[in-house]
Design a binder for this molecule. Structure first.
Ligand code: ADP
Length: 662
């Protein structure tokens, strides 16, 4: 096929411009990214060759080789992996915007110090070549094909693709170094970078090393008077050590950290390392990491690397989803088992009983590690929880078998914590006053809103702790959290609240108040008839102390917060009517009662106004929108005029005077 010139997808070009013009620090990582791509390409072919030996017959050894050419100013990263055909190249490099492209651009555009190391995490590592090169050529031949293809770009908006010759399978990435990046041609520099970033790559990363030596004289000693002899020798630059197979005691922290960066494409050290060997009914080795930061796509679920699976030292896949439940998707690492068949496919994995057992074991170990972290290193746990707490809560919903362990790990802010600090359910129960039988919580979109909630009033007065569930996921998670330590977990804006457990001497005056529903019976009925479309019942409240009204969900209805979330997702919430509660101690309720008694049989717009306002205020207080803001405004204006009517008369009179004197 003829040579063709094509334009990069706009997004890719935008990314390239940013890479070329804004990433200067630590450009070394381009080599890590390209070696990592080469190693991935070999992994893939190795896996395919398990079922199709012919693919590698001509060249059964795996290798990544680096070539330096000082005359041409190029460095080449060459692998004998799976290779790409024309279609693959166009799909993978340049045209189709990969999911991470946009996210990475946004990160770069934030303009603050961007670590170029981030690039790998976003799945756009290839483009880091343009940090050091002003022209990149890729020559590739797919395993099993005869035809090779050449791709070339100067990073200036376009690239070319054409057919070409290549003797063997695999990919050569040739970087034409910019003038100010020529130091990447130096042997020592390449050696150092490979050692630092790619020591664990499983395949040899080789390079020709030139050795200069004086020739030996007759006695075998170097003849320093003669001209030096140049000898070229291929050297493997990395140690290729399978770190997870080595004993824990021999491994340094730095080695664990480097390996983590290698498999995760993350650039920060992990928060926690879990390395163990399972023995007994199942045998396997696991090296797992809890990252220090959540990846950008934790919730969009586009993460490409999770747990790498090896069978008898052979790489099988880099994201073995069956080894880890979805809510623990942030854990990275390697699992190696010798009991699985080598030719295991993704479909078989799902059904495999051994995999299920391994998964169970891994989950147990991870949850145990987190628990230990929570107990022994609370500061680390807090950091972890701020990054990954949300997904742990997801687990409450999805991993019923580990519910007991997970409910120890979740934490919430509360009416007794400062903002940003949390309480566990265990702590909550420990400091509950004697007699309290339930764990109380309130859902809302942020701390400031729930703190203002009228539902909280009685709890504040009685000094009873209330958990603040302000994560969007909390409302769902808490549905699986029905009980803790034999205590019901109860929303304070739902159903009846019974705080009668307090000791007599702690009871306040209002505890002695008899139930007042009877006294207000007719009024409550009347209000209900006025608000029929919106509320299912009107009651006298025992939870309000300062506000006049609030809305309460009945035991099984949908809460206001859930309803708001539905609406924010543009989904229709099933219509739900709630209970309007009134505070009999509040003067407004008193006024309403008086107006009602005076005028119950005649239409009274003032009374109607008061009733609507009591309902609207209850909505506003919990952060819900009111149905008819224009009517609300009118009602408030009417009341303001009424309140200030004396002043209005004065103002009019003054104006009148002024007009006549003018
Ligand atoms: P990532 O490697 O994170 O997916 P890159 O931008 O580095 O992102 O690479 C894009 C894609 O190009 C890879 O997913 C792979 O399909 C292909 N690719 C890159 N380098 C090679 C290579 N050496 N051999 C085969 N395919 C490669």
């Amino acid at each position: 096929m003829a040579k063709s010139k094509k334009q990069f997808k706009t997004e890719v070009q935008e990314l390239l411009n940013l890479v070329i013009h804004s990433l200067y620090s630590n450009t070394d990582i381009f080599l890590r990214e390209l070696i990592s791509n080469a190693s991935d390409a070999i992994d893939r072919l190795r896996f395919e060759s398990l079922t199709n030996k012919a693919l590698i017959e001509a060249e059964p050894e795996w290798k990544i080789k680096l070539f330096r050419d000082e005359d041409a100013n190029t460095i080449t990263i060459s692998d004998n992996g799976i290779g790409m055909n024309r279609e693959d190249i166009e799909r993978n490099i340049g045209t189709i915007a990969r999911s991470g492209t946009r996210a990475f651009i946004e990160e770069l555009k934030k303009g603050t110090e961007v670590a170029p190391e981030l690039i790998g995490q976003f799945g756009v590592g290839f483009y880091s070549s343009f940090m050091v090169a002003d022209k990149v050529t890729v020559i590739s031949r797919k395993a099993g094909d005869d035809q090779a293809v050449k791709w070339m770009s100067k990073g200036d908006g376009s690239y070319t693709v054409e057919d070409c010759e290549k003797d063997s399978r695999g990919t050569d990435v040739i970087l034409h170094l910019r003038d100010d990046n020529k130091d990447y041609l130096e042997e020592w520099k390449i050696k150092k970078i490979v050692k630092q970033f790619s020591d664990f790559v499983e395949y040899p990363v080789a390079m020709d090393i030139t050795r200069e030596e004086f020739p030996k004289d007759d006695e075998g000693k170097p003849d320093t008077t003669a001209e030096k002899l140049k000898e070229i020798e291929e050297q493997t630059l990395n140690s290729m050590k399978a770190i997870w197979m080595r004993p824990k005691s021999e491994i340094k922290d730095e080695e664990y950290n480097e390996f983590y960066k290698h498999i995760s494409h993350d650039y920060t050290d992990p928060q926690e390392v879990i390395h163990y060997s399972a023995e007994g009914s199942i045998e396997f080795k696991a090296l797992l990491y809890v990252p220090a930061r959540a990846p950008f796509d934790l919730f969009t679920r586009e993460e490409r690397t999770g747990i790498h699976l090896y069978v008898k030292r052979v790489y099988i896949m880099d994201d073995c989803k069956d080894l880890i439940p979805e809510y623990l998707r942030f854990v990275k690492g390697v699992v190696e088992s010798s009991d699985l068949p080598l030719n295991i496919s993704r479909e078989v994995l799902q059904e495999n009983a051994l995999i299920k057992k391994i998964q169970k074991n891994l989950v147990g170990k991870i949850l145990k590690t987190l628990k230990e972290m929570q107990e022994k290193k609370p500061e680390d746990y807090l950091k972890f929880y701020n990054e990954f707490g949300k997904v742990i809560k997801e687990g409450l919903h999805s991993d019923y078998s580990n519910k007991d362990k997970l409910q120890e790990l979740v934490m919430f802010e509360s009416s007794k914590t400062d903002s940003g600090t949390y309480v566990t359910l265990a702590d909550y129960v420990k400091r509950m006053p004697e007699g309290q039988k339930e764990v109380y919580y309130i859902c809302g979109d942020k701390r400031e809103t729930v703190e203002q909630s009228p539902h909280l009033e009685i709890f504040t007065v009685r000094d009873i702790e209330v958990l603040y569930m302000t994560d969007p996921i909390d409302e769902w998670a808490v549905q699986s959290l029905t009980e803790y330590d034999g205590k019901k977990i109860k929303a304070i804006d739902r159903g009846d609240i019974d705080l009668d457990f307090k000791n007599d001497d702690e009871k306040s005056d209002d505890d002695e108040k008899p139930k007042e529903d009877g006294q207000y019976k007719d009024l409550l009925e009347f209000i209900k008839s006025k608000l029929e479309d919106d509320v299912k019942e009107v009651k006298i409240s025992n939870r309000l102390t300062t506000s006049a009204s609030c809305l309460v969900t009945d035991e099984f209805g949908m809460s206001a917060h859930m309803e708001r979330m539905f609406k924010s997702m543009n989904r229709d919430a099933p219509p739900s009517k709630r209970i309007l509660e009134l505070n009999p101690q509040h003067p407004i309720v008193d006024i309403v009662q008086q107006l009602f008694e005076k005028d119950k049989d005649n239409p009274n717009p003032k009374l109607d106004n008061y009733i609507q306002l009591l309902h609207d205020q209850a909505l506003l207080a919990e952060g819900s929108p009111i149905k008819d803001p224009a009517r609300f405004n009118r009602s408030v204006s009417d009341l303001m005029i009424l309140e200030g009517s004396g002043l209005v008369k004065k103002a009019k009179a003054k104006k009148g005077k002024k007009a006549t004197s003018d």
